[in-house]
Design a binder for this molecule. Structure first.
Ligand SMILES: [Zn+2]
Ligand SMILES: [Zn+2]
Length: 136
């Protein structure tokens, strides 16, 4: 026999379970990517359908940051440097520019999760927040 009181208890339990699962995923970092996508989609004014499609494509991907050499103005040092570095965050990228005064744009890039694991498997890569592709 189900009274209204029983029902509300059930709902509360289910809700707290969902919340717990969400928090566990958050701790593991698996929701971070979709949260970032939602944010980016909102910024670009993308339609929900676009966001959903993008989210599906990116589910197995990890966002990293690259310094982008500008074809016309980036100097040779920048072109060589930027090609070889992959950064975990925009902030790390900002602190590892080719030289003082380098103002090349920092752009996000999606890479496959297994590629990411391979790149950042080397010792110190996660702590440093970047990898030098020449030293893999
Ligand atoms: Zn430069
Ligand atoms: Zn540069």
């Amino acid at each position: 026999m189900s009274t209204p009181t029983d029902k509300s208890t059930e709902t509360a339990t289910a809700a707290s379970h969902t919340r717990r699962t969400f928090l566990q995923r958050l701790a593991l970092g698996s929701v971070t990517a979709s949260a970032a996508i939602a944010g980016a989609a909102a910024l670009q004014g993308a339609r929900p359908a676009d966001a959903a499609r993008e989210q599906k494509e990116h589910r197995r991907s990890v966002k990293v940051f690259r310094l982008r050499s500008r074809k016309t103005v980036a100097c040779r040092a920048c072109q060589l440097h930027h090609r070889h570095f992959v950064f975990l965050t925009r902030k790390v990228a900002r602190h590892h520019r080719a030289h003082p005064g380098c103002d090349c744009p920092i752009t996000p890039q999606w890479i496959k999760r297994h590629t990411f694991k391979r790149l950042f498997a080397s010792s110190g890569a996660m702590e440093n927040g970047f990898v030098d592709l020449r030293k893999l």
